[in-house]
Design a protein around this ligand. Structure first.
Ligand SMILES: *[C@@H]1O[C@H](CO)[C@@H](O)[C@H](O)[C@H]1NC(C)=O
Ligand SMILES: *[C@@H]1O[C@H](CO)[C@@H](O)[C@H](O)[C@H]1NC(C)=O
Ligand SMILES: *[C@@H]1O[C@H](CO)[C@@H](O)[C@H](O)[C@H]1NC(C)=O
Ligand SMILES: *[C@@H]1O[C@H](CO)[C@@H](O)[C@H](O)[C@H]1NC(C)=O
Ligand SMILES: *[C@@H]1O[C@H](CO)[C@@H](O)[C@H](O)[C@H]1NC(C)=O
Length: 381
């Protein structure tokens, strides 16, 4: 009898198919769990570390993993992740100069932040803000141990000339928030925001004075005072404020600012990026700032080059005076300094609130370990 290979092989095939059919769901079950839980949103692990993190967490952005690089999806994912997390707690350790501000971030479209001044939340706070000018050394900083996830933010808007060093801070802080553009959390005194091209042209406020200066902090050692003393020999400068023994009210401040053709935006000290409301205030009130501060290039990082006059543009105070006198007589030339207003509007910074809200967003986006041990060298040079 010939054997019956066909029969045997038929049986074998049946068993094999049966096994496969049986195994498949098991394998599928073991290796594929449709409801597999990914770890909670953990931003630092989502950025860069895992092979295809974008797909795992944001099906709606990438239904498949074919797109490897999508630069700005990172930002979207961060926002999405942040929006899914519990609120980030930011503790304001002292009110700056003792004055309070509103504890809300709605103006910045920054969400999931809980700003507080309640020190009992210290152990839960993700960030604690320390305003430099309110520190007494480190004696009024927290005494309790710091939670491992908490970051301390050094916050300061004064120039190095107007605040003392605290060497111990190098070993304590994680982040910086100041006017310096290379801070972790830079906050400017003001900024320009683009506006839709406007039909109506800018209307110059009525001008009854040529050059004004409002100054409170007066020191004969200051560059600005030395400059002023020479400058005023060549042109009439109306000086107001405590520095000139002509104190004015807040209302008068605006009135004076509007009524002058030029305003001396002289910083009290000259440092990189230290460009204060002394620049933005005349811009907002329809006046041309004449600036004394860091070099022109530094100003041009903040505002258009034709929106101000820089004293460095002139070899001597006398030549600057001559230029202003010339512009006083030539309206068309004078108006060129207002051209930028067609495209931009001025926004003043919001002291405190902006630092707190931007710190919150920064901390939401940077969960990684961070220290900043160079504060003294970086800020005071
Ligand atoms: C986030 O993920 C990173 C790397 O995967 C890990 O080191 C870190 O501990 C995680 N952080 C949290 C808060 O789970
Ligand atoms: C990825 O998804 C897009 C649509 O979202 C689709 O057109 C494309 O064919 C998919 N690619 C692969 C490799 O599945
Ligand atoms: C994406 O965002 C980064 C960081 O904010 C920015 O520097 C970059 O210019 C953006 N890239 C594109 C293509 O828009
Ligand atoms: C905040 O978001 C709203 C709507 O998304 C937008 O209209 C508004 O301009 C945003 N504000 C800022 C300051 O970005
Ligand atoms: C913050 O900085 C301190 C010291 O500067 C360090 O001990 C701590 O681990 C840092 N914390 C985080 C969350 O990076």
């Amino acid at each position: 009898m010939p054997c019956q290979p066909s029969n045997w092989s038929h049986q074998r095939t049946m068993i094999f198919v049966g096994l496969v059919l049986l195994c498949f769901p098991v394998i599928l079950y073991v290796y594929y769990k449709p409801d597999m839980k990914f770890p909670d949103f953990n931003i630092s692990s989502m950025i860069g570390r895992q092979p295809c993190p974008k797909c795992m967490h944001t099906q709606e952005l990438h239904p498949n993993c074919s797109n490897k690089e999508h630069p700005n999806d990172t930002q979207k994912i961060q926002v999405a992740a942040v929006n899914n997390e519990p609120d980030t707690i930011i503790l304001i350790w002292f009110w700056p100069f003792g004055s309070k501000f509103e504890l809300s971030c709605s103006d910045y479209n920054i969400t999931r932040c809980h700003l507080t001044d309640d020190k009992s939340l210290y152990n839960k706070a993700h960030g604690v803000l320390f305003h430099h000018r309110d520190m007494r050394g480190i004696s009024n900083m927290p005494k309790e141990p710091r939670p491992w996830f908490q970051k301390w933010v050094w916050w300061n808007m004064e120039s190095p000339a107007h605040c003392g060093q605290i060497a111990e801070l190098n070993q304590l802080i994680n982040l910086t928030s100041s006017y310096r553009l290379d801070s972790h959390i830079p906050v400017r005194y003001g900024s320009l925001a683009p506006v839709a091209p406007k039909e109506e042209t800018f209307k110059l406020p009525a001008k009854d004075r040529l050059v004004c200066w409002i100054v409170s902090n007066w020191g004969s050692y200051q560059n600005r005072v030395k400059f002023y003393n020479e400058f005023k020999k060549h042109i009439t400068v109306e000086c107001f404020g405590g520095g000139c023994h002509r104190r004015i009210s807040k209302d008068e401040y605006v009135k004076i600012m509007k009524g002058c053709k030029f305003y001396l935006s002289f910083e009290n000290s000259v440092y990189k990026d230290y460009i204060t409301e002394k620049l933005y205030s005349p811009l907002i009130h329809g006046t041309i700032p004449v600036v004394l501060g860091p070099p022109r290039e530094n100003y041009e990082r903040m505002v258009p080059g034709d929106s101000f006059i820089h004293i460095d543009d002139f070899p001597t105070p006398k030549e600057l005076a001559e230029r202003l006198l010339y512009l006083d007589k030539h309206d068309d030339e004078y108006m060129k300094y207002h051209n930028w207003r067609k495209w931009y509007e001025v926004k003043m910074g919001s002291f405190g609130r902006e630092h707190a809200c931007k710190s919150c967003r920064y901390i939401q986006n940077h969960r990684e370990y961070q220290r900043f041990t160079d504060l003294t060298k970086w800020f005071w040079g």
